[in-house]
Design a protein around this ligand. Structure first.
Ligand SMILES: Cc1cc2nc3c(=O)[nH]c(=O)nc-3n(C[C@H](O)[C@H](O)[C@H](O)COP(=O)(O)OP(=O)(O)OC[C@H]3O[C@@H](n4cnc5c(N)ncnc54)[C@H](O)[C@@H]3O)c2cc1C
Length: 381
């Protein structure tokens, strides 16, 4: 039976929106905030399927990073042009600056501890090739970052951190880390303060296009909005199967607090397939999708023995050699990849815009994606 709503509910909560955002992750919330900021007269809402945001934005590692040398080199070798690569790095860089300026470093616990790319002993060729590229990338990214001293060799730190099976480290001086939970809490507050209505536990099942307004059918209510922003990232396939989006599950663990933990900063290991950082005195460690790409190409949440065992092996052999700390948390989140590195920010059908496909770097680029899609929509309302 169709739900019936009171006059008050219908007129004050559900009445026609100017802009309705589907998906309440970082990108959707930023898009809503930016829409309101660019035109405060617009009636803006967000509909989120989960009880909490349920994709990647509350489940990520909190790296404020924009590119490590082997990742950037890989992209060029796989056919991206330098201009395409620079455009994506710029999106990440600008996104991070925007995130920090909107929410504030103290509020999101931004710590400029640096990013470190760590090379295994067996990777000496890759390590040397990456060391050789330092000058090139320092100059290539200098216009974007305003610094020509981004990357530097930092292998002398291996002993201070006590890492095992590691030969070479390259530091990215301009990277840092944030507290993901604090970021999302602050963003939700900011969006609501701006006057955006946020509906949770509200899953969009269908969008029906119209010339003046779109009708959005959800499991809770039917909404009408002049414009729609789709920010459902990895889950966009159920609404727009034609979009080139490949889901990828990322698994994570967090240890108990470790006495005298020496590791501080955001680390990329084995060409970025693994990553770890300190969260206070704990280690957060994730990755391992490459152990079974097929199994991890899914929108289903879950952890597997294969990946979790490998993460624990890395913990006891490389990050904390000889130690076997208790694991306090294990979880997964879902990312969106595709044939191209750049996100899909466009009008997909008249009146419906997407800001999706963060390629696993949405903490970095998400705020800028929200801003860009808001500009497109506000221009057209
Ligand atoms: C384990 C892990 C570690 C990561 N680490 C980092 C990192 O360190 N640095 C970095 O830059 N990036 C990182 N990322 C990537 C980053 O978290 C994502 O790119 C970013 O959060 C994507 O934001 P989003 O808003 O586009 O998508 P999401 O956060 O996935 O939000 C999409 C939302 O849409 C909702 N939704 C889906 N379908 C519907 C529907 N039909 N109706 C209504 N709502 C719907 C979902 O519930 C979800 O909340 C990581 C990701 C993972 C999984």
């Amino acid at each position: 039976m169709e739900k019936s709503f009171s006059f008050w509910e219908q007129e004050r909560f559900l009445a026609r929106f100017d802009v309705l955002v589907i998906g309440g992750g970082l990108v959707g919330l930023m898009a809503a905030y930016q829409t309101k900021k660019q035109n405060s007269a617009l009636r803006v809402g967000v509909v989120e399927a989960g009880f909490l945001p349920t994709g990647a934005s509350t489940k990520n590692a909190g790296f404020a990073c924009f590119g490590s040398i082997s990742e950037l080199t890989d992209e060029l070798e796989e056919g991206s042009s330098e201009a395409e690569l620079l455009a994506v790095v710029e999106l990440r860089w600008r996104g991070l600056q925007l995130l920090r300026s909107i929410l504030g470093d103290e509020i999101i616990d931004y710590e400029p501890l640096g990013g470190f790319e760590v090379f295994k002993k067996a990777q000496s060729d890759l390590a040397q090739k990456s060391l050789d590229q330092i000058g090139h990338f320092n100059s290539l990214l200098s216009d974007i970052t305003g610094s020509s001293d981004i990357y530097r060799p930092a292998s002398e730190k291996i002993n201070d951190w006590g890492l095992g099976n590691t030969d070479v480290v390259i530091e990215n001086r301009l990277e840092g880390q944030i507290d993901t939970g604090k970021m999302m809490l602050a963003l939700i507050r900011r969006v609501q303060e701006a006057g955006v209505l946020v509906f949770t536990n509200c899953r969009v099942e269908q969008i029906e296009g119209g010339s003046a307004a779109q009708t959005v059918y959800t499991n809770q209510a039917k909404f009408s909005s002049r414009k729609i922003i789709v920010a459902t990232n990895a889950f966009s396939g159920s609404l727009f199967p034609e979009l080139n989006i490949i889901p990828g599950r990322g698994q994570v663990l967090v240890t108990e607090p470790i006495p005298n933990l020496k590791i501080r900063g955001a680390f990329h290991y084995d060409r970025g397939y693994y990553y770890f950082r300190n969260v206070g005195d704990r280690i957060l460690l994730g990755g391992g999708r490459n152990l079974d790409f097929n199994e991890e190409q899914t929108t289903e949440f879950g952890v597997t023995d294969l990946v979790q065992n490998e993460l624990e092996k890395l913990l006891t052999e490389v990050i904390l050699p000889g130690q076997k700390p208790k694991i306090d948390y294990r979880w997964s989140g879902i990312m969106a990849f595709g044939d191209e590195l750049k996100p899909i920010i466009t009008e997909v059908i008249p009146g419906v815009y997407t800001a999706v496909r963060c390629n696993g770097m949405g903490v970095a680029m998400g705020s800028q994606m929200g801003k860009l899609v808001a500009e497109l929509v506000v221009e057209s309302v």
